[in-house]
Design a protein around this ligand. Structure first.
Ligand code: GRF
Length: 201
């Protein structure tokens, strides 16, 4: 399974995926999946990861394009150069333009730090803290043209602990996001999960 991963930030979830794939290779239970390229929308994303793991990478910056559509077309062209079977948004903080969704989905997934459809959008963890809920969650979904509205592949409940702030809660959520991410990649790679079926769900 050839995977392209898009990040915008620290890429800690991507690191977890890369390490899981690497360790699966070494302990004879290979997950038949490989990250073939890492892409981002900005110069300050953690592309050191690409260097560290020896993976090609690309930067497609919105500010270099006249509009979202042309940015999206350039992003799609870069992704398609690697002919991925699956594209993962892992902390990618941009809405993917319709042409990109159209071309890649349902083999286009995103992890989100909430129990969707609760707390969609870019500030899910902060919103959960501010809402004072006793539990939130983590989700992995197929990306559609909405904001975190696509078919849910899997989601898990995560408790909010007394004294949690956004950072402590987000770290706890990311641990589960990584499990969802690695689990989904494994299930798609083994054919146990067909993302086209999620679309119909
Ligand atoms: C993750 O919680 C992801 O769901 C959200 O941003 C965070 C990215 O963290 N969109 P990292 O860049 O993988 O550390």
């Amino acid at each position: 399974l050839k995977i392209v991963v898009l990040i915008s930030g620290t890429g800690s979830n991507l690191r977890a995926l890369l390490e899981a794939l690497r360790s699966a290779r070494t302990n004879e239970t290979p997950i038949l999946a490989e990250v073939v390229a890492i892409g981002t929308d900005r110069d300050d994303a953690n592309l050191a990861l690409a260097e560290e793991f020896g993976i090609p990478h690309f930067v497609v910056r919105p500010k270099d394009f006249a509009d979202r559509t042309s940015w999206g077309d350039a992003l799609l062209a870069e992704i398609q150069r690697y002919e991925p079977d699956l594209t993962i948004l892992s902390g990618f903080m941009r809405l993917v333009p319709p042409a990109v969704v159209e071309a890649l989905s349902p083999n286009l997934v995103n992890t989100h730090p909430a129990y969707l459809p609760e707390f969609p959008g870019a500030h899910a963890v902060r919103d959960a803290i501010e809402a004072g809920v006793s539990e939130t969650g983590a989700s992995i979904i197929v990306v559609d043209n909405g904001v975190d509205t696509g078919p849910i592949i899997e989601r898990r409940r995560i408790p909010v602990e007394p004294g949690d702030d956004e950072a402590s809660l987000h770290e706890r959520i990311k641990i589960v996001e990584r499990e969802l991410l690695i689990g989904t990649v494994t299930r798609v790679a083994t054919g146990d999960l067909n993302l086209k079926e999620c679309e119909r769900a």
